[in-house]
Design a binder for this molecule. Structure first.
Ligand code: NAD
Ligand code: WQD
Length: 339
């Protein structure tokens, strides 16, 4: 199967990996991104790795007129929608910005799609919509809730998309709830390039290992988990991207709304991640235990069997690949794409 896929936020971490895999699968890819949290260098490297070109538009998805021009210039089969803001802590400080960029941005995109009769969308949702789950592993029918503005934007967008599908049966919508994406492409050419102090565990650990930060703060060791530290379902970004390719390939047959967890089904604690990273990189990762981070939950991992059934997808990479690939990217690009 081939055709044109519009990727919003395609210069970002998950977007650049997915763009690469879509190109490799034979799709033509059009990326729109305002580059607020990314650099065009990621797409240049994607082009080199794939030997194919990406059509790029620097625009903000809130600019509906510009999006309409993109749709008028290309017959787009489906949209993979990554663009948005994603920092949980920041979302509590500037909630209006999050609601505007994520929710208004999505409305703008959906209106442009509707106008051009393009009704197939794969949306980046998050395990954050499960709030503090009553038990693990988490299945897609668990109740959803949010504890911060970022999580609420994901939850509201999911609801908006469900309303849209009810109003018009021609929409095919896939909500992908990611657990914790980490790692990088095997080439070491593309990876996660956080601006400033990383919020997430893996980029922080990588920056400690490469000598950019002194030590990791482990947020609490008194959770009811294997060793007291938080447990998460880490998933390799290439596995995650592969699920998007399969979603695009199958979307014509998936009418209405399909909601899928993307995880491995395995949980690892913070200290298990530190240990695996040290082993994979041969570097020490000094750490100290500090207070719990407000809003954190003890443990969270997926039941990902529905994605296997619906998409024929399952994660292939284990934790060793995830940390080794994260380290290769970090070591070769200590300053991210600025190098
Ligand atoms: P990222 O910040 O690397 O990528 C987002 C991209 O969107 C960036 O290139 C940014 O410049 C662009 N962008 C932001 N606002 C825009 C706007 N208004 N118009 C146009 N472009 C805009 O983040 P990521 O980690 O690749 O995440 C991609 C998506 O997946 C996001 O929607 C995020 O909420 C979701 N998600 C991420 C994670 C994670 O841990 N990384 C987990 C669950 C869900
Ligand atoms: C993982 C574990 C921390 C940093 C977040 C969002 C979620 C989703 C993925 C977008 C936790 C611990 C972390 C550090 C630490 N994003 N930790 N020291 O919180 O599971 O999920 O990213 O949708 O919505 O909430 O990921 O990587 O921040 O934390 O000890 O410096 O590592 O307490 O147990 P989290 P994370």
């Amino acid at each position: 199967m081939s055709g044109k896929v519009l990727v919003t936020g395609g210069a970002g971490y998950i977007g650049s990996h997915t763009t690469l895999l879509l190109l490799e699968a034979g799709f033509e890819v059009i990326v729109v991104d305002n580059l607020s949290n990314s650099s065009l260098e990621s797409l240049r490297r994607v082009e080199k790795l794939s030997g194919k070109s990406v059509t790029f538009y620097k625009l903000d998805i809130r600019e509906t007129d510009k999006l309409l021009n993109v749709f008028s210039e290309h017959k787009i089969h489906s949209v993979v929608h990554f663009a948005g803001l994603k920092a949980v802590g920041e979302s509590s400080q500037i909630p209006l910005e999050y609601y505007e960029q994520n929710i208004y941005g999505t409305l703008s995109l959906l209106k442009a799609m509707q106008k051009y009769d393009c009704r197939r969308i794969v949306f980046s949702s998050s395990a954050t919509v499960y709030g503090d789950p009553a038990s693990v592993p988490i299945t897609e029918d668990f109740p959803i809730s949010a504890t911060n503005p970022y999580g609420r934007t994901k939850l509201y967008i999911e609801e908006i998309l469900r309303d849209l599908a009810i109003s018009d049966s021609k929409w095919n919508i896939i909500l992908l709830r990611y657990f914790n994406p980490i790692g990088a492409h095997k080439s070491g050419k593309i990876g996660e390039d956080p601006q400033g102090i990383p919020n997430n565990l893996l980029p922080f650990v990588s920056q400690v290992a490469v000598g950019k930060r002194e030590k990791l703060s482990v947020f609490g060791d008194d959770y009811p988990t294997v060793d007291g530290t938080g447990v998460r379902d880490y998933i390799h970004v290439v596995d995650l991207s592969d699920a998007h390719v399969k979603a695009v390939q199958k979307i014509d047959n998936l009418t209405g709304v399909t909601t899928l967890n993307l995880g491995t089904g395995n949980g690892y604690s913070v200290l298990q991640i530190v240990e695996a990273f040290q082993k994979g990189s041969g570097k020490q990762v000094p750490y100290q235990v500090v207070e719990r981070r407000p809003g954190d939950i003890a443990e969270c991992w997926a039941d990902a069997s529905l994605a296997k059934k619906v998409l024929g997808w399952q994660a292939c990479f284990g934790i060793e690949d995830m940390v080794t690939d994260a380290w290769r990217w970090q070591e070769r690009n200590p300053n991210g794409y600025d190098d």
